[in-house]
Structures are given as C-alpha cells and as structure tokens.
Design a protein around this ligand. Sequence first.
Ligand code: GLC
Length: 653
Amino acid sequence: MVRKYVFGKPFETEAVVKDSPAEKGLPEIGRISGENGFLFSYIMGENDIVYGLGEANRGINKRGFRYISDCTDDPIHTEDKSSLYGAHNFIVVSGEKAFGLFFDYPGRIIFDIGYTKAKLLSVSCENADLYLYVIDGENAYDIVKQFRKIIGRSYIPPKFAFGFGQSRWGYRTKEDFRKVLKGYRDNHIPLDMIYMDIDYMQDYKDFTVNEENFPDFSEFVREMKEESVRLIPIIDAGVKIEKGYPVYEEGVEKGYFCKREDGTDFTAAVWPGYTHFPDVLRKEAREWFGEHYRFLIEQGIEGFWNDMNEPAIFYSAEGIGELKAYLGKCMEKDERIEPWELGDKVKKLANSPEDYRRFYHVVDGKRIQHDKVHNLFGYNMTRAAGEAFEKIAPDKRFLMFSRSSYIGMHRYGGIWTGDNKSWWSHLLLNLKMMPSLNMCGFLYSGADLGGFGEDATRDLVLRWLALGVFTPLMRNHAAVGTREQEPYQFEDIDDFRGIIETRYRLIPYIYSEYMKAALNDDMYFKPLAFEYPEDSFAAQVEDQLMVGNEIMIAPVYTQNANGRYVYLPEEMMLVKFSKDNRYTKEVLKKGHHYVETALSEVPVFIRKGKCIPIVKAAECVEKLDTEQIEYLGYEGAQYTLYEDDGIHKSYER
Ligand code: GLC
C-alpha cells in the first residue's frame, strides 16, 4: 500500500508516474516536524536494517552513517564522503515493522541513519515543500516492488550494450581507436563497444567532432561497426562559450541557458573553459538540447554517456572574481598568505554551494533558483536525450547512461558510478551499491572496472572484471595519466579472455534476467535477505548478491587471496567458469564454505533446483549462437528464457 503526503508546495520532479490522491493528515509512522524546514524522525528497532539510497557510500545496510543527497562531482570516494553523484531518496526500514519512504524533494536532503544517535533515523531538508510516499508491505522486497511500480519502467538498452566495452580518457585519434580494436581482436577477447571520451570533440564542444583527427567520421563509425564495435561518445553538460559555435549561438539567442538573477547567462568553467548550462528543466530547452544528439545519430552513433551533469563546476566567473579580489587585498596590504588558506580557497571554487545559488531555471514560466532543484539536472539532461531518441527513431533502443541522476531518470537511461579509484575497497563498494541502485530503478548500471583514478594492478583488474561479468554495464574505463589497463596491456592475456568470455557465455541468462526485472518492475541484483527473509545469517551478508532469480555471486575483493568465505543460505551448485569455455561443477551444502577461486575463474552459485542458460563465447553479442543453448544446473530444472531482437522495442508489443 502506497500513501502519498503533501507538504507545502512541492516541485513536480516527475519521479513518480503512477499518481495517487494525497492522504489527509500525517503518516502513522514516525514523527514529522516543520519547525525549521522539514524533519521526519523515527526510532529504529535494535536490529532494523535500512536499505536503499541507490548510489551512496558504504554498505547495503545504510545504518550508522549520515548520507546527503546532493549531487556532487567528487572523485575521491573515501569512506567519510556523504554525497556522490546521484540523489536517490528512497529507503526501506526492515525489522519488526517494514516500511518504505520516498522523499520526493529535489534539493539537498540529509539522511541521518543512526549517525547522531544510534537508534534515530532522521530525514531533514531546508524547505518543507515535498511529497512523501510511505509504503507498507510484507517485507523489504515487497515494498521495493511496490515502489518500483509507481516510478515507472526502468530503461531498457539495446542488446549489444550487454557486451563488453573498453574506455579510456585519452584516446584521441582514429589510430588510437583502431589500436584498441586490434588489441581485442588479435587476442580474441570479445568486445562490443569502445567509448569516446572528451577528446573526440573539437575543443570539448558538445555535438562536434574533431575533424583533423576524425575526417569522415561517419565512415569511421561504419568501419568500426563492420568489426562489430559501436563507438559510444560522451556528451558533457556545459556548452562552450564561443562565437560562431552554433549550439552556443542558438542557446543564447533562444534564451535556453540558465540565467543569473539579473537575467544574464550564468557562466561556469568546465573542460571547454567557460560554458553555459542548458536549462534542461525547461521543456523547450530540453527539446532543443536533445535534438542536437541527432548530429551524431545521423553519423551512425547508437549510444551515449552523459557526463559532468551534477552539473560540475570547476569555477564560476564570480568565484574567480572573488579569489582575485582576495589576492589583490593581500598584495595591497602586503599580507602574508597562508598556503593552506589559499589552498582551501582554490578548492572551494569547485562545485560551490554559492555558485549553485547563483543561477536559475524557468519551469512552466516560473523562475526557480538552481539549488532548490539541484538534484534534477543530470536527470533532465538524460531525459532530454531520451525524449529526443523517441522522436528521432521511435522504435529503436539507444544505449544511454549518465553520471548524475535522480529517481525518474531510471526511465531514460542507466548510470555509471563515476570516478572511482583502482582500490580494492572500491571493488567492494561497487558490489554493495548494485542492489541499492536496483531498488531505486537503476538497472542498467556499473562501475569503471579496474578503477578510474590511480594505477591498477593486474590482479585488481581481473577480480574487478569477474564482478563486472554480472553488472549489466560492463566497462573498463580509466583516467588519463594512469597506468594503461586494457586487458592486452598485462601478462597472460588468456586469463582476461577467459573472464570476459564468461560474460558472453552468460549473456542469455543476464539478458533474460535483466528483461524480466525491467518488465516486471523487479530487481536484477538483490541482497540475500530479499530471497531468504527468514535466514538471520543472510540478512548480515554484505559481500554476496543474488543475480536474477537463479544464481548467487560471491566475488573475491581482497588482494593475494586465493578465494574467500562464502555463506550458502541453501544447498547450491557451484560452477566455476574458466578459460577455453570450460567449467567445473560441484554441489555444496547450506552453510559456510571457503571457496578457492583462481584469478582466471568466475564462480557462480546456482540455487537448488534451478538451472541457467549458457552459450559458447563469441567476439561480440551479435555473433553469439543462441540456437545452441546449454542448460547448466540441477537436473529437471526449468528456465524461462526471454529473447527478442535486442534492437527494437518489441517488448512493448
Ligand atoms: C569525468 C568523468 C570521467 C571522464 C572525464 C573526462 O571525470 O567522470 O569518466 O573520463 O570526466 O571526460
């Protein structure tokens, strides 16, 4: 049962698509106070688990920390961080009582889940203008499914997007891309996508291609596609300020950029230098921005990744002005400048809350200050693209994922989890985030495998890929200047081949389970407790996941480990996939086990009485021989296979 409560005058985020009449009075659960803004509080039971918050730091159980929904471009995801790139305000309290809460509030909102006081759950925000949805149900899983029903169907990508993708910030020329392709094909490692980071553009201008490095771009797109590889370009939020650049000129002329209080266009520096932000919250501006994707689609492009859309700001014109004034004053008085103070001032230039108060959107003719709706920018940038795709090719599926997001964006695209690092702790963070993201509707998601920042080691990349085998978005991406981490850069390439081939062998299963989850508003990744609610051990497990309805995974996430402890909530069949299309199988009893796993292996635990479809690996998704499916698992088990052409929206029919 979903109950909706209205406080003040909420902004219509359109996160929820299945509307219901508002309740009178206050929710029966918790306490609400409106004295200083809005505050919801609830005393948690000793053993209550709190799930949710989508893309957030720390565990599957969110208790014991304070999280702030405030979309932030912060590449250093250490344990102390409260905000990442997304804002997913849905939680489920699961204990003696079970209920879900969705705070549909697009500004900064704080979830204190036993941080200030161990048993106190408090959710607070500055303005008491929001919708609160209270959901009760049989258990956490049931509550999630009800929530998913009201926010609408998750985005469905084309089937090729379930293949493997290679990315690196720093590929600049056709030759760079050909080299990547060759690295894969020569070593017989499957590959479906190569991502184009900002260097493909002319001076980082959206919807342009560097003509010197990519003469006859559409021919190059075709050349790659003939090798069964799709090029997936990045699109950034900021539009470069440059006379003669049509996107800029049009935006200024039509008044489609976000404005300062005095009506001038707000100016923020990002990769291209100074830019303006398209006012994607405004319908006409969204249509206009979305329409520009056509430029690349007409050259054969079938997928995109939307970036810097928190929106990230390196500094604003005002911010730099203030810094200059400060330095000027210090010089004038010949005052000593403390290096840490200066460092702090420079650091605070980026993504500053003050800047987010300096510009405005126009929604339905009304002006609204950006900070009030900050968490909706990435959502609406991606929506701009999604709505445009509907017009450009209504029956075609495009690959689309974004860095910043809010619930509602899950209908238009997936997400990647931004700039992680080549740290073992981030491999584990990746695993823990997946079910939370699914709770909030983000099914097509994944992390930068191998880690984005810092230098990766061979074993880390292998172990991380072995988790990535199961994430719908499976992409190796790294920052410029870091150690090269394409599989063919390391020794014993066949270990990498074996792992990536395992992904392709499992695609009939991964695709079927993804489609079932999307079409039934269900989860693809689940915490163990969702499948085994009576098992008190299962409720504690934070490093194993259920994937689809038939399997469990337990990836290795520590260095120099030849395996790990795994908890089996019931008897399961352990299948270890290894190189050259081989596997071994063994039935393990319910309970605790130490499972040895070589760097080249991918273990899968098939649930008792179930089986999964597998095929022989191929170099790309299109070449998988899905006529020759083998069923692996318990004898007599049945499996419902979902299939379609993977290109069109046939699932709608
Ligand atoms: C941002 C993105 C990263 C990308 C870089 C350059 O940091 O998160 O993925 O490589 O910008 O475009």
